[in-house]
Design a protein around this ligand. Structure first.
Ligand code: ATP
Ligand code: MG
Length: 426
């Protein structure tokens, strides 16, 4: 026997019971972004590598170690997208969507990062991304946070997620802060772990979210970014907090929250849960006012977030907030000679009467017991059974599979439809 080939580590198949859950969650996500008046974007999964190195930053974990980069047949360096913001900005610029106009955009799809696979961390994962261009006030920051909060409420998990907020100030303020932070880190250099030592000179802000206990202890005395902010940056942050409070959205300020990518300024936020272990960040975002210009456009204010679908769905299934469901509602079967064409006609009748129901035709005949076993297996709600007698009477045997009750019902369209509708509670 030939050796079987398996999926790539960290890249998961979604099986029918998974996709039924995913579809329900995706429906809530789509409805919510639509209810805020946002428009969908669909970008390619592959982009030029330099889009990501320029947007995300050369010395970030994502670009340094996590990207799937390859040369195509013409020798161009391409990468599978590790996140959606860079591609969304590229597309918006390329098609003049953001030149002197505001845009509220969203997208959903797979992202790729070569990380160590574990619960909640995969090499192919999916994000819902939201990006807003051309608006600078804290009101839009509050709006996208409110949108995520609405999602948690609709999905019944608002009490499981905590909002952490921070501000990174503008690039001038951050530059002066970084100089002070580097001086502080250099003074404690020997006590830092290897990662923090390396980051001290490549990406010092990232040292702030180090998970190393000793580094955390040292950082207690580090200079605080907030003390380096000017009036404008402080006002933006305070106004955002006021807006969130007025919406009844609770938050905590986490001065160590810096986010992994280089392009953020002012507002940054994360929604975290303790229910998933180490991979507790379900959604993260913030402002990135410098990115559009960095990618060759005119300076444009921007804010957005990325929400990890695997982690969200893991949380929902762990808390039993969503369960797999069957795609079949109505099961049609028959016994006897030449019954197939009658079954097919009955299926067609049911599909046109119940457009949003799944109607499954049992193929291959069999005895009554076998047919009902199949109906049970596909978790249908109602079985329609045709036999010689029903054909003669122009009727069908209708069995409510939840109660076991069955009755011979006229095949006259309105009679049958209303009988089945009652069982389906339509
Ligand atoms: P983490 O702190 O877990 O490394 P991140 O800061 O790298 O996350 P972002 O780039 O902000 O993540 O992406 C936004 C969201 O996408 C995360 O909050 C998370 O829910 C999800 N995500 C990121 N990387 C992965 C991954 N490898 N597998 C599954 N989900 C992921
Ligand atoms: Mg990461």
């Amino acid at each position: 026997m030939a050796q079987s080939i398996q999926a790539i580590r960290g890249m998961n198949d979604l099986l029918p019971e998974d996709t039924s859950v995913w579809q329900k969650v995706e429906k809530v996500l789509r409805q919510t972004v639509a209810s805020y008046g946002y428009s969908e974007m669909r970008m390619p999964i592959v982009e030029h590598t330099n889009l990501f190195s320029r947007a995300i930053g050369e010395v970030t974990d994502v670009v340094e170690k996590e990207m799937y980069t390859f040369e195509d047949r013409s020798g161009d360096s391409l990468s599978l997208r590790p996140e959606g913001t860079a591609g969304c900005v590229r597309a918006a610029l390329e098609h003049s969507l953001i030149y002197n106009q505001e845009q509220r955009l969203w997208y959903m799809g797979p992202m790729f990062r070569h990380e160590r696979p574990q619960k909640g961390r995969y090499r192919q994962f999916h994000q819902l991304g939201v990006e807003v261009f051309g608006l600078e006030g804290p009101d839009i920051d509050a709006e996208i946070i409110a949108l995520t909060h609405d999602l948690w409420c609709k999905l019944g998990i608002a009490d499981q997620l905590c909002l952490e907020l921070n501000t990174l100030g503008n690039s001038e303020e951050r530059k002066i802060y970084k100089e002070n932070l580097v001086k502080f880190l250099e003074a404690h250099f020997e006590d830092l772990d290897e990662d923090s030592k390396r980051r001290t000179h490549t990406n010092p802000l990232r040292v702030l979210d180090s998970k190393d206990e000793k580094v955390k202890e040292i950082l207690k005395d580090a200079p605080a970014l907030y003390d380096f902010l000017g009036e404008e940056s402080k006002a933006h942050f305070e106004n955002l907090q006021k807006l969130l409070t007025s919406l009844g959205i609770k938050f905590t300020i986490n001065p160590r929250l810096v986010r992994g990518l280089d392009y953020y300024n002012l507002t940054v936020f994360e929604w975290t849960t303790t229910a998933l272990g180490a991979q507790g960040t379900v959604c993260g975002g913030g402002r990135y006012d410098g990115l559009v210009e960095q990618l060759g456009g005119k300076a444009t204010k921007a804010v957005g977030f990325g929400l990890g679908l695997e982690r969200l769905i893991l949380l929902l299934t762990t808390l039993q907030k969503v369960a797999p469901s069957s795609p079949v509602d109505i099961f049609v079967c028959g016994m006897g000679e030449n019954i197939e064409s009658h079954q097919l006609a009955l299926c067609a009748q049911m599909r046109s009467a119940f457009a949003d129901c799944g109607v499954l035709n049992h193929c291959g005949g069999g005895n009554f017991k076998r047919l009902l076993k199949h109906a049970d297996k596909v978790q249908a709600k109602v079985a329609l059974i045709l036999g010689e007698q029903e054909l003669q009477n122009n009727t069908v045997m209708v069995k409510n599979l939840a109660t076991g009750e069955q009755e011979e019902v006229s095949r006259q369209a309105d009679v049958l439809t209303s009988y089945v509708a009652k069982i389906l509670k339509k």
